[in-house]
Design a protein around this ligand. Structure first.
Ligand SMILES: O=C(O)c1ccccc1N[C@@H]1O[C@H](COP(=O)(O)O)[C@@H](O)[C@H]1O
Length: 219
């Protein structure tokens, strides 16, 4: 089965091109000022134009208000909203109605108890992203390069497509897909040489490794 590959936290034209040329299915842009990958609206306009029609553009926000989302939607013209904060089910319904865009909700995972709210989110979201739960004192809820126990997703019954993220790299992606049977993978830190600094070779290596792991996915 083909595996969706998302490269997230892109901030420069050259690394965006590397991801697009290597065949990324989704390219993600982070709109969260405390993040080293935060993209301003000028950058969003430029990178959004470059990515248009070549991959799905994903706008990542963290508990953003309507005005912020509206600015991002008007500037980037995303194909998907990635909600990476504590957005409630009601808030997600509201965002979907207001902006008419599909939503991928990030579910932070550390223990099996973290999967309890999943059914409610699956009802309203178009996709689920399982990400490693950030430590309480972290400055951001994701993009920390930390993995979680992928076995927690083994045998998961979910009637929505799902992706996995958190500490993925070219070295561990096959194992992550083999265990979780995810239909997609999402990476940020694992294709960087320093926090927020993407590396074109690491992007290409990751996508190559993802394509090699494709037959392990069942979604
Ligand atoms: O990348 C960030 O800085 C970020 C900030 C706030 C929320 C999520 C963020 N990143 C997302 O987290 C996952 C895992 O990233 P990593 O590969 O472990 O670095 C991924 O979806 C990132 O896009």
């Amino acid at each position: 089965m083909s595996l969706l590959v998302k490269i997230c936290g892109l901030t420069t034209p050259d690394t965006l091109s590397a991801a697009l040329d290597a065949g990324a299915d989704m390219v993600g842009f982070v709109f969260f000022p405390p993040s080293p990958r935060h993209l301003d609206l000028t950058g969003a306009r430029e990178l959004g134009r470059a990515a248009k029609g070549r991959a799905l553009k994903v706008a990542l926000t963290v508990d953003a208000d309507d005005a912020t989302v509206e600015n991002i939607v008007e500037t980037l013209r995303p194909d998907l909203l990635q909600l990476h904060g504590r957005e409630s089910i009601a808030r997600i319904r509201d965002l979907k109605q207001r902006f008419g865009l599909p939503v991928m909700k990030a579910i932070p995972v550390e223990t099996s108890a973290d999967l309890a709210p999943l059914a409610g989110y699956a009802d309203v979201c178009d996709r689920i992203l399982f990400d490693a739960r950030a430590p309480k004192d972290a400055t951001r809820p994701g993009g920390l390069g930390a993995t979680f126990d992928w076995h927690l997703l083994q045998g998961l019954k979910l009637d929505r497509p799902f992706m996995v993220s958190g500490g993925l790299s070219a070295d561990n992606i096959a194992e992550a897909v083999r265990i979780t049977r995810a239909g997609g993978v999402d990476v940020s830190s694992g294709v960087e040489r320093a926090p927020g600094v993407k590396d074109c070779d690491l992007i290409r290596n990751f996508i190559r490794a993802a394509r090699a792991a494709e037959e392990l996915s069942v979604q």
